[in-house]
Write a protein that binds this ligand. Structure first.
Ligand SMILES: [Zn+2]
Length: 316
């Protein structure tokens, strides 16, 4: 037994000699004093910088393109509502650390972007939706055009990030700004952008396939956050809300009629918003209420999941 232990001990000892003994020697003979200094210089200039975005999916886009170079702050927390959000005093303070603010056109930005800029005049304001073609917020079903209870009806739909095609354009804008803010790393950002575009194209193919065999192309959703997704993948979004508000009894009746006529048996709601109205409609047409999240941070995975949920609901 002792003999055996000795042999394994010897083997271990020899192994350690090979591992520890050889590599430092090899490394030290190859390294010149200059080579040792270079990484330090690079590292100090590689320190990450802070940027701020409005909603969680943008954090995903920024991290995909900025990589480890960016620390991303998000204004609207998970479960928050970008239509009504108000930044906290701590968030306003944190803006002073931000090199740039990336806006995406969500509602609260209208009231706050100017204040963000005055909180940090040196912060670069990046409008990532400059080149986007917006679509209008869906009108009420059977709208006679004389009902002006809902002034928001002709407003533009702000949920552009639910369309991968739109996110390609947003990403281009993010890349351009990062390359200007930090030109030293332009090649890194360009490579990251290329990788992300490939990821998006894979996603588009995946979603297209997932939705290819659904007989029904219409879906019913309480808050119409999926208009751009629907446009890109040739689906019909039927919203319950009208211009961002609960429907009137007549409008509700029209929605129920439309959903029944189209054999719809699922009504989608957002997490944290599961209004009584949704339950009422579900009861009326014998539908199930399902949750999908337009604001999930893990954007690619989430859109894949949502496509699958739509496909299952529309194949019932
Ligand atoms: Zn919304």
């Amino acid at each position: 037994m002792i003999h055996f232990k000795n042999i394994s001990g010897l083997l271990l000892f020899l192994g350690l000699c090979i591992l520890v003994g050889c590599s430092p020697q090899e490394a030290s003979t190859k390294k010149s004093p200059d080579a040792e200094k270079t990484p330090d210089v690079q590292e100090s200039s590689q320190e990450a910088y802070s940027v701020t975005v409005s909603i969680p999916p943008q954090k995903y886009f920024l991290e995909r393109i900025g990589g480890k170079r960016v620390n991303v702050n998000v204004m609207v927390p998970p479960g928050g509502n970008p239509h009504t959000y108000e930044p906290t005093p701590q968030q306003m303070k944190a803006l002073s650390q931000s090199k740039a603010y990336f806006s995406i056109g969500v509602e609260f930005e209208k009231a706050w972007l100017e204040r963000f800029q005055s909180a940090n005049p040196r912060m670069r304001m990046v409008d990532t939706i400059e080149k986007i073609e917006f679509i209008p917020v869906p009108a009420a079903p059977h709208d006679d055009g004389e009902n002006d209870d809902h002034e928001g009806e002709n407003e533009m739909d702000t949920h552009i990030w639910t369309s991968p095609e739109m996110v390609k354009q947003i990403s281009q804008s993010i890349y351009q700004s990062l390359a200007e803010i930090d030109p030293q790393n332009e090649t890194v950002y360009r490579k990251n952008l290329e990788d992300f575009i490939l990821e998006i194209e894979g996603l588009q193919e995946n979603i297209g396939q997932t939705l290819s065999n659904t007989g029904n192309r219409s879906f019913l959703v309480f808050h119409p956050a999926w208009g751009y997704f629907a446009q890109e993948f040739r689906l019909e979004q039927i919203p319950v809300e009208v211009g961002g508000q609960e429907p009137s009894p007549q409008e509700l009746a029209a929605v129920i009629q439309q959903a029944a006529a189209k054999n719809i048996n699922v009504i989608f709601v957002q997490p944290s918003i599961n209004p009584l109205t949704a339950q009422t409609i579900a009861r009326e047409i014998g539908a199930e209420v399902l949750v999908i999240d337009p604001l999930a941070e893990d954007w690619t995975l989430n859109l894949q999941k949502v496509a699958k949920t739509f496909a299952d609901a529309m194949s019932r």
